[in-house]
Design a protein around this ligand. Structure first.
Ligand code: SAM
Ligand code: SF4
Length: 332
């Protein structure tokens, strides 16, 4: 009999069992809603966690009840030797569901090695199905390459493939039905994400947020939807009423925040723990880790950070303050 783990909970009774691990803050895209064209001051390599450090910290989180690990960034696939990290984590924590969020640009080469190493699933970001618009939104003319990556992920068995689409009013909101059609044709699960004030250029404005309810209504008119019951993800998900493959979901972070059921934690590439995307506070795990802290000491920091998690972000409050880090520096 193993020892019982006291789960990671906060003062609002929420359980934290889903960890997003950013393996780099660097990226080969420059999505307008995330990064500036010229990039950002990158985290110096000496402050970036090494694979041994990531493995040790993931081990501590798993010991505290984390059951899902998602690799993210920046762009996780630009981290050298990523399949080695996946293989190490999978070998040590075979029961943990491991997935990755990626822009898909390097998946044509990496999908097979990552699947062999033990990655279970991928979420690929794609905001337009039109070549020129995709190029404008990501500042890379790479739609074809991303689709090659999606096909490689499918062939490697990294399914069900999820496709993340950030919907921005006046930019790509006329494509939501096309994405739903793609889902029906391919089986990809499309997730429409509301645009959040986490872009490094500070161009976010409320008028550019397309309410998820409008996205669902537009798709439902073209392809009637049935809401899925239950489910643990923050996305609200739907299947097609006619039984077609695929399905759609919405992540209404701005118009209908789901903070009361949030189960996520984030570890940045430089070893800072964030209990919320919008946290103004982060707990430094790298410094004590490198100074020889014991597992118990690191556990205590993790527990107290989760315990102190605030009730929710304040995007809809007049006193909302943006965190210093933008999305690619946190790990979305
Ligand atoms: N580079 C990978 C990718 O793009 O999938 C992983 C990191 S990216 C920061 C994670 C997710 O955050 C992507 O799906 C991206 O579209 C989303 N994202 C980035 N900036 C956002 C913003 N301002 N609002 C909403 N979602 C955003
Ligand atoms: Fe890179 Fe992902 Fe940010 Fe786009 S959303 S710039 S792919 S980190």
């Amino acid at each position: 009999m193993g020892t019982t783990v006291t789960p990671l909970i906060d003062t609002f009774g929420r359980l934290a069992d889903d960890l997003r691990v950013s393996v780099t803050d660097k990226c080969n895209f420059r999505c307008t809603y995330c990064m500036p064209a010229e990039g950002l001051p990158w985290i110096p390599s000496e402050r970036t966690l090494g694979f041994d450090e990531i493995e040790r910290l993931v081990g501590i989180f798993v010991g505290l009840g984390v059951s899902e690990v998602k690799l993210t960034g920046g762009e996780p696939t630009v981290r050298r030797e990523l399949p080695d990290l996946v293989a190490r984590l999978h070998a040590r924590f075979p029961a943990v569901t491991m997935s990755m969020t990626t822009n898909g640009f390097l998946l044509d080469r990496l999908a097979a090695p990552l699947a062999r190493a033990g990655l279970g699933r991928v979420t690929v970001s794609c905001d337009s199905l039109l070549r020129h618009r995709f190029a404008e939104m990501t500042r890379r003319d790479a739609l074809e390459r991303v689709f090659a990556g999606l096909r490689a992920a499918d062939a490697a068995g990294l399914s069900p493939i999820k496709l993340n689409c950030v919907v921005i009013a006046g930019t790509n909101d006329d494509e939501v039905v096309d994405f739903a059609r793609l889902s029906r044709e391919t089986g990809y699960q499309v997730r429409f994400i509301e645009y959040m004030p986490l872009d490094a250029d500070h161009r976010w404005e409320r008028a550019k947020v397309v309410p998820s309810a409008d996205v669902v209504a537009a798709i439902d008119r073209a392809f009637p939807l049935l809401a899925d019951a239950g489910g643990s993800e923050p996305a609200r998900t739907f299947r097609f009423a006619d039984g077609a493959p695929g399905g759609v979901g919405v992540v209404p972070s701005v118009t209908e925040p789901f903070c009361d059921t949030c189960n996520r934690l984030r570890l940045t590439a430089d070893g800072q723990l964030r209990a919320c995307l919008f946290s103004m506070h982060e707990a430094d795990l790298r410094t004590p880790l490198r100074a020889g802290a014991s597992d118990e000491e690191l556990e205590a920091t993790i527990r107290s950070t989760v315990w102190a998690k605030w009730e929710g972000h304040k995007i809809n409050h007049p006193d909302f303050e943006r965190p210093d880090r933008s999305m690619s520096m946190i790990g979305g």
